[in-house]
Design a protein around this ligand. Sequence first.
Ligand code: ADE
Length: 259
Amino acid sequence: MRLDIVSIFPEYFAPLDVSLIGKARERGTLDVRVHQLRDWTHDVHKTVDDTPYGGGPGMVMKPEVWGEAIDAVIGDGAPRMIVPTPSGRPFTQELAQELAGEPWLLFACGRYEGIDSRVMAEYGARLRVDEVSIGDYVLAGGEVAVLVMVEAIGRLLPGVLGNAQSAVDDSFAPGSMRNLVEGPVYTKPPVWRGHEVPAVLLSGHHGKVARWRRDEALRRTMRNRPELVAALDPETLDKHDRRLLEELSFRVGPEDMAN
Ligand code: ADE
């Protein structure tokens, strides 16, 4: 997969040299190219922003410099373009999976109040352009959001994770534990500072371990993400799940819809 990233802070992307993503780049699974937006300015100050039309605080990134940068980076090609912004569609595991299937992504990192909207209109006519938010909070710029997205997408590429099952088991990944967060995990030693590993995990009984993991996933989802429990499809819950959720004082099923 080829990834182009345009930013006024290329230094932000140093972490892409290390760990899983760094190794994927060394192997050639990922071809990451980071570009300095200011290389496409023509004034001595290398200006990339100006005051917003209509007034208001902050600065807006100029369309001309973005146009020249994107034209130069894409040539005759047609990558899928991602613009990180708090006003974008939510970045989810589902979107990460979809983007992991693309051969070429271009990330355009805005700073300040954002990029002049005509840039998205211009390239939206030629490329698939998505404005994407990584969460309901405001960062100082899109760089960290792009790091988040690249890591989430990169680890889904074939051969990037050591254990292919790891991505399948993820919270939010499609599968039997879909829409539940994962429960707690343990490793050796069996007792640490008086805290014991739950006995079932040492039992070697795969069925009981699977049941315990699901119970713990339900408990933790209930505690940390009650809105996910409320959205569960009752069809995906067995009797044991229902009993557990009732114990945790949550009733599920069609009778709730009526009230
Ligand atoms: N830029 C600033 N805040 C952002 C967010 N929450 N998601 C994506 N890009 C952003």
